[in-house]
Design a protein around this ligand. Structure first.
Ligand code: CP
Length: 314
């Protein structure tokens, strides 16, 4: 692969899908396709970010996002450092703003942050000169997840515009939902959202989403079914009568999938609650592209880092 000098996104941060126009979404996805080729080589490394420093701040648990950002940074030859909440001075009471000022004093080029507080990446962008990449903030957004989901859909369906996408599960607590709704509607897909009435956030309809509490209605004719995790850790109160009842009303089973388009694909951002939002027969079945999503996460994060901080030929 030969990378010409990096085209740029309009912003030097990736805080929200709302900040991208459709041509920028296409640019990231097209760049990710080029980045995938690097992952097929014997030596999976290019010098696109050589001399750049990336700091990974993961103040919330993560397997996929953290590992794929780290792998993306290594494949682009960036110098990387990382801390988690447990291993940082946050445990001694340091505020996020003071942590940001401390990191800024070391002149990184990019900071990747996951934080339980919605808006934490935005706060960093007001303090730091470094580009900020949102790796998931509270219930607000997870932009690189939506981008890797879009790449996975585009690979399988050849397009995003005109597709019927059903997003089902714990809508209330899902940053993945919000980022996907913003991206998919921006790119011309038809989005349906389905969940229990207690887990439907206000304002979805205003974003152009058809909202229903019937999983059968949501799945009927769908080209893509995206299941969302029941986020027990963000629930402070009785949102669900029982997990058994949740599965019987909202769990995705092979029987329910028969209502979807014949070539439907099933997605899940992970981690999954098998037997709660998704039957193992679906998660491991022929419809599932869940591990493709994980693989595409590396390429999309390479693309984002490169477009935000790359300058020279790779
Ligand atoms: N999809 C996702 O964000 O997974 P992790 O929490 O494992 O990073």
């Amino acid at each position: 692969m030969s990378l010409t000098p990096a085209p740029r996104l309009r912003s030097r941060h990736l805080l929200s899908i709302a900040d991208l126009d459709p041509s920028e979404v296409d640019l990231i996805l097209d760049t990710a396709v080029a980045m995938k080729e690097i992952g097929t080589r014997t030596i999976k490394k290019v010098p696109a970010l050589r001399g750049r420093t990336v700091v990974n701040l993961f103040f919330e648990a993560s397997t996929r996002t953290r590992l794929s950002f780290e792998l993306a940074e290594k494949r682009l030859s960036a110098d990387t450092m990382g801390i988690t909440a447990a291993g940082s001075s946050v445990t001694k009471g340091e505020t996020l703003a003071d942590t940001a000022r401390t990191i800024e004093a070391m002149s990184p080029d990019l900071i990747v942050i996951r934080h339980a507080a919605s808006g934490a990446p935005h706060l960093l962008s007001t303090i730091c000169r470094a580009g900020i990449v949102n790796a998931g903030d509270g219930t607000h957004e997870h932009p690189t997840q939506a981008l890797l989901d879009a790449l996975t859909i585009r690979e399988r369906k050849g397009r995003l515009a005109g597709l019927k996408v059903a997003i089902i599960g714990d809508l209330q607590h899902s940053r993945v939902l919000r980022s996907n709704v913003l991206l998919l509607t921006k790119m011309g897909a038809e989005v349906r959202a389905c969940g229990p009435a207690t887990l439907i956030p206000l304002g979805l309809t205003a974003l152009g989403v058809h909202v229903t509490t019937s999983i059968d209605e949501a799945v009927t004719g769908a080209d893509v079914v995206m299941m969302l995790r029941v986020q027990h850790e963000r629930m402070h109160g009785m949102f669900l009568p029982s997990l058994r009842e949740y599965f019987s009303l909202f769990g995705l089973t092979p029987a329910r999938l028969t209502r979807a388009a014949g070539d439907v694909i099933v997605m899940h951002p992970g981690p999954m609650n098998r037997g709660v939002e998704i039957d193992s027969a679906v998660a491991d079945g022929p419809w599932s592209v869940i591990l493709d999503q994980v693989a595409n996460g590396v390429a999309v994060r390479m693309a984002v880092l490169y477009l935000l901080a790359g300058e020279d030929e790779a």
